[in-house]
Design a protein around this ligand. Structure first.
Ligand code: HEM
Length: 81
């Protein structure tokens, strides 16, 4: 398994943790008993920080590939010469 695949899987897994933390905030606030505890309010931030770092890696990954691979005719959908 390449590093990129592992990071993509990690990004996907952490996105679920982030989503649950955000839903938890909505549920806690819907109780109507004032602000929830700080740890609930800030729970989405650590997964969001991980998403930002891994997401930026996923974003730049295609541009980091070796130029020789990008120049290959088959990589552009053209038949090999
Ligand atoms: C915080 C900044 C974030 C950045 C910079 C970022 C960036 C990216 C990038 C570049 C990709 C790859 C797209 C592709 O090439 O197909 C990706 C995939 C994805 N992102 Fe993010 N993302 C961020 C936050 C989030 C959040 C908040 C969520 C959901 C709560 C999320 C969920 C996903 C999922 C599910 C994928 C698909 C992963 C897969 O292919 O299995 N991301 N993200």
């Amino acid at each position: 398994m390449s590093a990129g695949v592992g990071i993509r899987r990690f990004h996907r897994g952490v996105s679920m943790a982030f989503t649950l933390a955000v839903i938890g905030n909505f549920v806690a606030r819907a109780q109507g008993s004032g602000n929830p505890p700080d740890w609930v309010t800030y729970a989405p931030l650590p997964p969001l920080a991980l998403l930002l770092l891994t997401g930026l890696f996923l974003f730049v990954q295609p541009y980091l590939r070796r130029p020789a691979v990008r120049r290959a005719p088959s990589a552009q959908g053209l038949p090999p010469a």
